[in-house]
Design a binder for this molecule. Structure first.
Ligand code: SAM
Length: 399
């Protein structure tokens, strides 16, 4: 038995924990996690030599998305970069669509992946090119709300035209209904039909055959102990496309005019956008420089105190180590060395040292990119090879 079954003896009152709708959404989330796109190819980083992976992110659409709760849950899946919702009822989508907008934290710490969320007003009985190129399309508790004419068009639109890699369809299993209190006919007044398992499976298998998909059946909302014969409360078909996209089936081969209306669009801040990447790199470089500077000064201070009796101005403490170095020699020293040093009131932190920090390295990828992104944004030595930090204030505080 799965974890979401009632484990207590059946008392005649069905109570799903978590609630059934949450189990359906969780089923989709788990599926996304299971099939999340693998790292696609590996290229060595030009400076560190470490392999860098390029990801292929998923495009997921939810048809009959209603108040967008599933989309809202999916926006936290870091492997998704395109989320789309479609519903024939514009008002229901608008009710809570603000939840799909980026939050202040998304701007403070932009994600590595890009994410675009779009909501469309339209019908699954109509084709629109905006639904092409998806990896996963979900239809949760949708088909039983379709009119006969819409249900007839549904396979050609979703399987034939949209033709994503995977399609998940869930619908009530009518065999479970006698166990649901108060359900005498259908579970909801807007349902046009409710199928038993044989009916759903025969419909699904004939579509799978026709559009070259495989299908597996499962469900959520397990029956109580001793009543397993009725099957899951919600029956689910998971369809997987058997062919790969070729030029014949690819998007550009399917010219269709737009029929859906866009009612919401949010583009999340992402490090893929140069503006946000630059911000993140500058912040990280300044932070890293401060960490290095602090550790250098602490080290030098403790070294000095070992040989002398009291605190002394950093400037005079370390000047002797570099004060005799001419400007040219100093330049050479910065170029040759990865190590930071103090000269007068200024600490020099070589960029090469900063680039060796994993976070900076990961953000920039290459040393050249690091230089490009911080130029004009961070104070650098005259030759541009080191970040310089003025420590005059430190000496003033000491005094
Ligand atoms: N998928 C959501 C969920 O699981 O919570 C909502 C399911 S709700 C029971 C069915 C949704 O399908 C409704 O929001 C309804 O407006 C939408 N719907 C009905 N007919 C539709 C059609 N032809 N095209 C798109 N959406 C439709």
């Amino acid at each position: 038995m799965d974890k979401n079954v009632q484990e207590e003896p059946f008392t005649g009152v069905i109570k799903f924990t978590p609630p059934l709708y949450k189990q359906r959404y969780q089923f989709i989330k788990n599926l996304v996690g299971k099939y999340k796109p693998k790292k696609e190819f590996t290229v060595p980083c030009t400076v560190s030599g470490l392999p860098r992976h390029s990801h292929r992110y998923s495009h997921v659409a939810d048809l009959g998305c209603a108040d967008c709760t599933l989309l809202w849950m999916l926006k936290f899946c870091s492997c998704i970069e395109v989320l789309a919702g479609l519903d024939i009822c514009e008002n229901i989508m608008k009710e809570k669509m603000h939840r799909l907008s980026p939050l202040p934290g998304d701007y403070l710490q932009p994600a590595e992946r890009s994410l675009t969320v779009t909501l469309y007003h339209g019908s699954v009985a109509d084709k629109d090119p905006c639904m092409l190129g998806f990896d996963l399309i979900t239809c949760i508790e949708l088909i039983e709300h379709l009119e006969e004419s819409e249900l007839e068009k549904f396979p050609e639109v979703v399987f034939g035209f949209m033709a994503p890699t995977m399609i998940v369809i869930s619908t009530p299993n009518s065999e479970f209904n006698p166990l649901l209190p108060g359900v005498t006919f259908f579970r909801h007044p807007d349902h046009k039909f409710e199928w038993n398992r044989a009916e759903f499976q025969s419909w699904a298998l004939s579509i799978a055959r026709c559009y070259n998909y495989s299908v597996e059946f499962t469900g959520v909302g397990s029956p109580p102990a001793g009543m397993e014969d009725v099957g899951f409360c919600t029956q689910i078909g998971v369809f997987i496309r058997k062919y790969s996209q070729t030029s014949e089936t690819a998007d550009f081969e399917k010219p269709t005019k737009a029929t859906y209306k866009t009612v919401f669009k949010a583009v999340y801040p992402s490090l893929k956008d140069e503006k946000y990447l630059q911000n993140a790199v500058v912040n990280e470089v300044v932070f890293t420089a401060q960490v290095i500077q602090r550790s250098l000064l602490d080290h030098l201070k403790s070294e000095h105190e070992e040989y002398n009796d009291g605190p002394v101005e950093i400037k005079s403490k370390f000047q002797h180590s570099r004060s005799c170095v001419s400007e040219d020699l100093e330049k050479l020293a910065v170029e040759k060395s990865m190590e930071p040093f103090v000269n007068g009131n200024v600490v020099y932190i070589p960029l090469a040292k900063i680039f060796s920090f994993p976070k900076v390295n990961q953000l920039c990828g290459t040393f050249e990119k690091l230089c490009k992104l911080i130029t004009g944004k961070v104070t650098l030595s005259s030759d541009g090879s080191a970040v310089i930090v003025n420590i005059e204030h430190e000496n003033e505080e000491e005094n």
